[in-house]
Design a protein around this ligand. Structure first.
Ligand code: PGA
Length: 250
């Protein structure tokens, strides 16, 4: 089944509310309304109110880059999934390699986050991927399966999830993964989803590729079987580049 491609912009810790507003003004001029519903913006938490307002007349989606698994309590600096949902967020990124590596996020914590994101009727966007060392040692499949097994251990199969395959060595480096690597990884993910929840889950779930996606390399990657869209970091900071990625991929 061919799915409509999804384009997810991970702004990371970039852009202030004014920059976010300017981005939307420009981006809306560049992009066809028919693809609005296939775009998900993930700004930093401080820009959420501006994004919510700027997108109120559009079908474009938005969400957060992280949330805690508890709904409230003594968790200084964290964001509640319940409050995000009440505020109107539809998506939460979870398990990004920067969160795993720099903030010590474990697979167990990720599994709890997925559970709470789904509990509040939002869609988790789970990131998984191997390091360069793991790839060079032939461990990619094992790493992906281990992450999926634990991360999805509290997953509700009746609800939506998006999975992003992001080889860590491809993130922010300009070294995009080769088509055969992407094909193999997405196949592993799809088969796992099939085992976990049957054909319906495997067919229904978008599997995105992320890691140095840009306007030049996206069209080739978009043609790979089981690539259902992109998770885009640095190129998503520019309205021109993001709109080119969308135009060149569909
Ligand atoms: P990149 O980041 O596109 O800058 O490589 C992708 C990501 O971290 O999600």
């Amino acid at each position: 089944m061919n799915k409509r491609l999804l384009f997810t912009a991970n702004w990371k810790m970039n852009k202030n509310p004014r920059d976010a507003e300017k981005f939307i003004e420009e981006f809306l001029r560049l992009i066809d309304r028919r693809v609005h519903k296939d775009i998900i913006l993930l700004p930093s938490t401080i820009c959420l109110s501006v994004i919510r307002k700027a997108l109120s007349g559009s079908y474009m989606k938005w969400g957060a880059q992280n949330s805690h698994f508890e709904e409230s309590g003594p968790f200084t600096g964290e964001t509640s999934p319940k409050i995000l949902a009440e505020y109107g967020a539809e998506y939460v990124l979870v398990g990004h390699s920067e969160r795993r590596r720099l903030f010590g996020e474990t697979d167990l914590a990720i599994s709890k986050k997925i559970h709470s994101i789904q509990k509040y009727f939002m869609t988790p966007i789970l990131c998984i991927g191997e390091t360069l060392e793991e790839r060079e040692n032939g461990k990619t499949q094992e790493v992906l399966l281990n992450q999926l097994k634990v991360d999805l251990s509290h997953f509700n199969e009746g609800k939506n999830i998006i999975i992003a395959y992001e080889p860590i060595w491809a993130i922010g480096t300009g070294n995009v993964a080769r088509p055969e690597h992407i094909f193999d990884a997405h196949k592993v993910i799809k088969s796992y989803l099939n085992e976990l929840g049957g054909e319906l889950l495997a067919e229904h779930t978008h599997i995105l590729y992320g890691g140095s996606v840009n306007p030049e390399n996206c069209s080739e990657i978009a043609k790979i079987e089981n690539v259902d869209g992109f998770l885009i970091g640095s190129a998503s900071l520019s309205p021109q580049k993001l709109s080119c990625i969308i135009k060149n991929s569909i």
